[in-house]
Design a protein around this ligand. Sequence first.
Ligand SMILES: [Zn+2]
Length: 119
Amino acid sequence: MVNYKQIYEEYYNTLKSGVVPVIICNNCGLSSTNLRTSCPRCNSEQLKVIGAKEGIVYSYTIIERGLPITIALLLVDLNGIRVKANYFGDKKKLKIGLKVKPRYFKQELIETLVFEPAE
Ligand SMILES: [Zn+2]
């Protein structure tokens, strides 16, 4: 039987350490960034959490709403797993294929990962 508290703690501790938590099924190998307690493919509860420290910009969009700030939303490829996140970095450097690294971001009620250039 799976220890739910353990998988939640591993997931959030990984997130707070500034890397992307990736849950991998020990039975079939399926990987996902979604917090879960069983594998959606084989229903195994033998899961482990690893941290992805670097990714590549697969795609992005710039959101402008007539405000002084613009938001860059990324789709980051983490070795085959893709995650959406905001980009906190020099927008002049932003391009498809850019190496990016995650950073834990907390401000008031917002708690998430953002990406910035890896180099
Ligand atoms: Zn599985």
